[in-house]
Design a protein around this ligand. Structure first.
Ligand code: PLP
Length: 374
């Protein structure tokens, strides 16, 4: 048995996306930045992919900058915004439940003399806009709050937060890595100045992503070198991956409602089956959450132990804690949601995707039941 229920970690590459990538690796391998005719096709493919991706999030094509993924996009947005103002001791505001790509970018900037303000979240993982309002001050240069959380799925009130940022003339970035391709993402409706995305979270290839940068926003390059990406992100363009990302995103956006409904139905079935099988649990996160992302705590059980038991049965899920060689570290997200240490340690994350089936759900519940029985 092999059941993959860790779609928040990564997703399977879409077969059509893979096919679309091949020609750019095998036959049409020219460097898109050269001026001979062999480079014409990759150049056209690059532009078309940029347009396709921009249309998927209601952006303009010149607002899309290709990167190596979510981590780079987050690093770029935060570090370049802070570095542009380094002599003014800039302040960065972010939330306690961000991905490490954001939190550690902020920490790196703190080491260079910036101040960092971490907004708390409530028990459901939601940032209170009033907290942002209160924390903004003259020195604040960039505010970064994620659209959807990768551990508990909570969706933030991004439009309200962006409006607050803009009312004080501040730049607002959102890490939308878990959201793009899974819920509607419209940069104009969200009002974010910058938005990070990563292809492998929406059935595209790994190692490619993009940063949306609103037209007119000045952002220093993060990777210096040649003049690619409008001289803002150097490096020979990864045409195959960019094309694969565009095909995967377009496909997911075209089937967004269908996929969401399918995954939501599986999620509801899963929760019903837990009840029906009398498996005691507490669900973490908010009602307003990513479809299919289920964070569950089992009182008195160890999430690591459940993870290993399920792994032995061929089921891939995640835990709410990371085990290093000496101690179990509770996730910063669960801590921020005020979970007790024992509840956090008994937490697992199941993230269902469009390829999962009701049979998968029944098999996962049966496996969990075994963890309780034995
Ligand atoms: N941001 C969030 C919310 C994520 O979930 C992830 C990946 O897990 C990242 C950023 C990093 O993205 P990538 O794996 O493309 O570097």
């Amino acid at each position: 048995m092999k059941i993959y229920a860790d779609n928040a970690a990564t997703t399977k590459l879409d077969a059509e996306a893979f096919e679309a990538m091949k020609p750019w690796l095998l036959d049409e391998y020219a460097n898109a930045s050269q001026s001979y005719s062999f480079s014409r096709k990759p150049k056209v493919a690059l532009n078309q992919a940029r347009e396709l991706i921009a249309a998927c999030i209601n952006a303009e094509s010149q607002e899309i900058f290709f990167t190596s993924g979510g981590t780079e996009s987050d690093n770029w947005a935060i570090k370049s915004s802070a570095l542009a103002n380094l002599n003014e001791r800039p302040n960065i505001i972010t939330s306690a439940i961000e991905h490490k790509a954001v939190l550690n970018s902020c920490a790196a900037m703190k080491n260079l003399g910036c101040s960092v303000t971490i907004l708390p979240v409530d028990n459901f993982g939601t940032v209170n806009p009033a907290d942002l309002q209160e924390k903004i001050f003259l020195q604040t240069k960039i505010i970064s709050v994620m659209l959807a959380n990768n551990e508990v799925g909570t969706i933030q009130p991004i439009k309200t937060l962006a409006d607050i940022a803009h009312a004080s003339g501040k730049i607002f970035h959102t890490d939308a890595v878990q959201a793009v391709g899974h819920i509607p993402v419209d940069v104009k409706l969200l009002g974010a100045d910058m938005l990070s995305a990563s292809a492998h979270k929406f059935n595209g290839p790994k190692g490619i992503g993009f940063l949306y940068v609103r037209d007119g926003l000045k952002l220093l390059p993060y990777i210096d070198g040649g003049g690619q990406e409008f001289s803002r992100r150097a490096g020979t363009e990864n045409i195959a991956s960019i094309v694969g990302m565009a095909v995967a995103l377009k496909k997911n956006i075209d089937a967004l409602d269908k996929n969401r409904e399918h995954v939501k139905n599986l999620e509801q079935l899963f929760m019903r089956e837990l009840e029906r099988n009398h498996i005691p649990h507490t669900r973490n996160g908010s009602e307003h959450s990513l479809p299919g992302l289920i964070s569950l705590s089992f009182d008195g059980l160890d999430g690591e132990a459940i993870f290993h038991r399920l792994d032995l049965m061929g089921i891939s899920i995640s835990t709410g804690s990371a085990c290093d060689s000496k101690k179990i570290q509770v996730s910063h997200v669960l801590k921020a949601l005020h979970l007790s240490e024992s509840r956090a340690k008994g937490t697992i994350r199941i993230s269902l995707g469009k390829d999962n089936t009701s049979e998968d759900v029944h098999a996962i519940v049966a496996a969990l039941k075994k963890c309780f029985r034995d």
